[in-house]
Design a binder for this molecule. Structure first.
Ligand code: ME8
Length: 518
């Protein structure tokens, strides 16, 4: 295989259990990874946990345990979430792993060799929640007049001996990078970053001495690296850096770092500056997706509205939840979710439209043709429908998915599903069964081909359901990529093999909302 594609998610802080935002990002990245695999690309997909830093150290202290112990337990929940949501990662990285310490120390030494690191004293504001340094002028006032970070988190005055990275040196190249088309998306985030960098870049404090839960700074006792230096390095650790491995040669630079809107600064300013300093190639794209809100509100322990994503998945099913995430609102914008919204969307589009189409088609073939497939002559009405479905599945949806326009892509797919349902009603195969059985067969075979194309197109989003459906249709695992959309090869093979469809089972059950939430 060729045409490599490397995608990463942010690595999550395991200071608590995964929340809905973590699930959203993992699912979006997984859809992208599966989409590119189905387009025939060689994909590497990395996710994991970001285990160092003051936030982790303090949370562990509150619980009277070590940070390592806290990370060990919580990281397990993140891995469980990935398994439960069918996230097809190739590597789940943990920053406490020894290869990651080695990689972080290697990039540190490369930056030091460049003359970009110096020892000084840091005096300024720090937000533990964001693990970020802020300038006085960036702070905002809270309700009681207290100083808050621009993200609304508490800040504390910090004075500490620290290593500094000469970020100021990189202002011009970073601005140029931000202006280069496609590097930072969506455009609103790029504009924020351009404004931030244009305001001037100060050197960045990159080590801490007040705690020891981190990667030791090489040759500088008592210093651990600022958590973001090691966190960002995870993307290259996972490819074997600093060794010249096959993975590294194949997959670096990354094609896409998928992250949330709150950490775009770290990925489009600090990370490329570290890489430039270490003479390493830069990632091709950073995309800052929006936040998922619970009925329009941010989830928080104090509001008592924190949802366990795995509970949602077990109530509504993994595939309906994945579909909802990508279909409900434009990728890049904030979106709101609720039990009703998930149920409404999944029932209208998956159960009643596509699921019903697939179930009707397969069961009519089972009942009226003994499940057997047949080569039939197509009429113009059949050809028109096939062409419309193929256009949606092989052109419109992939074009949108390629540019991360998931909800538009799924809308085009849905229009094709509607066209099929309209065709069933117009052709009325249940009437043809008596009046013109040969024509009924042609109609059912047209529908079967459409269901095949539609299932393959949407498979990255709802992989388990699409596979269960394609299994019932006898489609071989190797025939489930975008290249088989519109091809006759799979169909001819099945006809030749005498394959018969068995009594079908629905793959998108109708969801019910408990009375308390209706
Ligand atoms: O930021 N909706 O970790 P994290 C959507 N360790 N996405 C959300 C969200 C929400 N409500 N809340 C958070 C970190 N996210 C660092 C990253 S990368 C080298 C280090 C997203 O656990 C957030 O934007 O706080 C980020 O992309 C990811 O979840 C992990 O957040």
């Amino acid at each position: 295989m060729s045409d490599p594609f490397y995608i990463t998610t942010a690595i999550n802080y395991p200071n608590g259990r995964p929340h809905i935002g973590h699930a959203y990002e993992a699912v979006a990245a997984d859809v992208i990874a599966r989409f590119h695999r189905a387009m025939g690309r060689e994909v590497r997909f990395q996710t994991g946990t970001d285990e160092h830093g003051l936030k982790m150290a303090r949370k562990a202290a509150e619980q009277n345990r070590t940070a390592r112990d806290l990370a060990e337990e919580m990281s397990g929940y993140f891995r469980e979430m990935a398994e439960a949501l069918n996230i097809s990662y190739d590597r789940f990285i943990r920053t406490s792993e020894s290869d990651h310490h080695r990689a972080s120390q290697a990039i540190w030494r490369a930056m030091e060799a460049k003359g970009d690191l110096y020892l000084d004293c840091y005096e300024g504001w720090y937000s533990v929640r964001d693990e970020a340094y802020y300038d006085e002028k960036e702070l905002v006032s809270g309700e009681d007049g207290e100083k808050l970070s621009p993200q609304g988190t508490p800040v504390e005055w910090t004075v500490e001996e620290s290593w500094f990275f000469r970020l100021s040196r990189y202002q011009e190249p970073i601005l140029e990078l931000l202006h280069s088309p496609g590097f930072c998306e969506p455009g609103s985030r790029r504009n924020e970053m351009i404004a931030f960098v244009s305001g001037g870049l100060k050197d960045l404090s990159v080590s801490r001495t007040s705690f020891d839960w981190g990667v030791p700074v090489p040759g500088s006792d008592g210093h651990v690296m600022y958590v973001w230096v090691d966190a960002l390095t995870n993307y290259i650790t996972g490819l074997g850096y600093p060794d010249d491995t096959e993975l590294w040669r194949t997959f670096w630079p990354a094609d896409l770092h998928l992250i949330g809107k709150d950490i775009v600064r770290f990925h489009t300013v600090y990370w490329p500056a570290f890489l430039m300093s270490a003479d390493l190639p830069l990632p091709k794209k950073v995309f800052g997706h929006g936040f998922l809100l619970n009925r329009g509100q941010k989830e928080s322990k104090s509001l008592g509205n924190v949802t366990d994503p795995l509970e949602l998945a077990s109530r509504f099913g993994v595939d309906p939840l994945r579909y909802f995430f990508l279909r409900e609102f434009a990728f890049g914008q904030d979106g709101s979710y609720s039990a009703e919204a998930i149920v409404t969307r999944a029932n209208a589009e998956l159960a009643n439209s596509f699921g019903n189409l697939a179930q009707r088609t397969l069961s009519m073939i089972f009942k009226n043709m003994d499940g057997k497939l047949a080569k039939c002559n197509a009429t113009p009405a059949d050809e028109d429908l096939l062409a419309a479905v193929r256009r949606a599945c092989a052109e419109e949806l992939p074009r949108e998915f390629e540019r991360l326009g998931f909800s538009n892509g799924l809308e085009a797919w849905m229009r094709a599903v509607f066209a099929c349902n309209q065709y069933v009603d117009e052709q009325a195969p249940w009437v043809l069964r008596k009046t013109d059985p040969e024509r009924m067969e042609a109609v059912l075979m047209t529908l079967l081909r459409c269901v095949h194309d539609l299932a393959i197109a949407v498979r990255p989003v709802v992989p388990a359901a699409a596979d269960a459906l394609l299994d019932q249709m006898g489609v071989a695992p190797g025939d489930r990529g975008y290249a088989s959309i519109g091809s006759d090869a799979w169909f001819d093979r099945l006809v030749a093999s005498g394959f018969a469809i068995d009594r079908p089972t629905g793959v998108f059950p109708r969801l019910e909302l408990p009375d308390s939430e209706a």
